[in-house]
Design a protein around this ligand. Structure first.
Ligand SMILES: CC(C)(COP(=O)(O)OP(=O)(O)OC[C@H]1O[C@@H](n2cnc3c(N)ncnc32)[C@H](O)[C@@H]1OP(=O)(O)O)[C@@H](O)C(=O)NCCC(=O)NCCS
Length: 401
């Protein structure tokens, strides 16, 4: 990121001047049909009362494929959820945002009118994104433009790529927990992107961009081709360790004390609510309680594809053994034996000999699931009495400061 003090004006118009002075909203900057405002102070410019509370607010730097309206990403160095957003209210009034969900380009004209304290986080975030926009156009044939995004109700579905990116940032910044915001339709709102070490690139132009680089003796490194980027290029939450950054998507929610080892994976709208060891895969929508251990290569079924419908939760102090898997939720204090996959339809024998489908045990506390290695029968045993006392997390592995 190339930072330049806001008051320092180089000779002649720069790219950032061009972007900030634009009167027409850049492609991709959208204002969703606002709902009628309920309260608010009167905008000195546009008349209608502006909002005084927001479900979410962000100052971002968006990237679009040069000369198109294909938004490739939006980085929000400031993403906050809930309550009276202070300086955000002043900005909303200046931008004329009166309700609903809206994304607005941050033009120089608007910034001149906004009454923002220079040392306020909102003003600092604006300074960061407008300075970074100065590096446009980029080596990957993209253009950057600063935006402000307001969301009145996170329960309503996202309306565009900027909105989706704000919700993903809120999750990874731990401003909200998984399922606090709708991500319905997110895949359809995002475009596929080639994620390179020089930033996002439109797949349509990637070959040409790579040839341009090769001509100057360089090659772009591609970490993925996907609609979602990895989290750590946008958000690095405190108190976590991530052994392989490619394994955690933006929108993952990792609580302090979480350690994600190389085989671990955390999808968006999923993650941990406390200290956890993650050596297996946490699918979209799955939430893991404090003190639980997802063993090496363990699998937790998701609902995005493959027919699964139950959103799986894992309670506190659970152990899912290496290469084990679950398609049901676990309550607190449960253990699944290494290598045992418990799907919703798995027939499970209880201590009294009753046989039930595993879905009937979903969410129950203090169970040990084990496949009898003599008969092959899957059993659920009460953990009372010291069955499978796995000792809990190793504290030394989760003091991630
Ligand atoms: C399921 C598990 C928790 C059982 O632990 P445990 O109850 O402490 O088991 P133990 O090995 O002490 O065995 C207790 C008894 O159950 C028996 N037993 C254990 N697993 C059995 C099985 N699958 N079938 C039949 N009997 C079994 C043992 O032989 C032993 O019998 P005994 O009392 O007659 O001696 C353990 O085998 C396991 O899978 N741990 C997961 C560890 C892991 O993967 N961690 C993540 C690393 S990345």
């Amino acid at each position: 990121m190339a930072h330049r003090p806001r008051n320092q004006r180089p000779d002649g118009p720069t790219t950032v001047d061009r972007l900030l002075d634009a009167r027409v909203p850049p492609p991709g900057a959208t204002a969703h049909t606002p709902s009628p405002p309920t309260s608010g102070r009167r905008s000195p410019i546009l008349g209608p009362p502006a909002m005084t509370t927001f479900a979410a607010f962000g100052i971002g730097l968006a990237t679009r494929s040069a000369g198109t309206d294909r938004v490739l990403d939006t980085w929000y160095p400031l993403a906050v959820a809930g309550g009276d957003a202070g300086e955000a209210v002043a900005l909303a009034a200046t931008l004329g945002h009166t309700g609903g969900t809206g994304t607005y380009p941050l033009t120089r004209e608007v910034l001149g009118r906004a009454d923002l304290a220079a040392d306020h986080p909102v003003a600092r975030a604006i300074a960061a994104v407008t300075a970074d926009a100065a590096t446009t156009p980029t080596p990957t044939r993209t253009e950057r433009f600063p935006v402000a995004t307001f969301v009145e109700d996170l329960a309503s579905d996202p309306v565009g790529a900027h909105d989706v990116y704000l919700r993903l940032h809120l999750l990874s910044h731990r401003e909200i927990c998984p399922h606090d915001a709708s991500l319905e339709g997110a895949f359809g709102l995002l475009t596929n992107v080639v994620w390179t070490d020089e930033g996002p690139c439109d797949p349509e132009v990637f070959d040409a961009v790579q040839i341009e680089h090769a001509a100057s003796g360089r090659r772009l490194r591609v970490s993925s081709v996907d609609k979602f980027p990895r989290m750590t290029d946008y958000v690095v939450p405190s108190g976590v360790r991530i052994a392989d950054a490619d394994r955690v998507r933006l929108g993952a929610h990792l609580s302090p004390g979480t350690t994600v080892m190389h085989e671990g994976f955390v999808n968006f709208n999923a993650g941990t609510l406390g200290a956890s060891m993650v050596e297996g895969r946490i699918s979209a929508g799955v939430v893991i309680g404090d003190g639980s251990d997802i063993g090496g290569s363990a699998s937790i079924m998701g609902t995005l594809s493959g027919g699964g419908t139950e959103i799986v939760r894992v309670g506190e102090r659970c152990l899912i053994g290496a290469n084990a898997g679950i398609g049901i939720s676990l309550g607190d204090g449960c253990v699944v034996e290494a290598g045992l996959y418990v799907t919703a339809g798995t027939k499970v024998t209880l201590p009294d000999g009753t046989v039930v489908k595993a879905r009937e045990l979903s969410g129950r506390d203090d169970l040990l699931f084990r496949r009898d290695s003599v008969t092959g029968t899957v059993r659920a045993l009460e953990r009372e009495g010291g069955h499978a006392d796995w000792g809990g997390l190793n504290a030394a592995l989760h003091a991630n400061d």
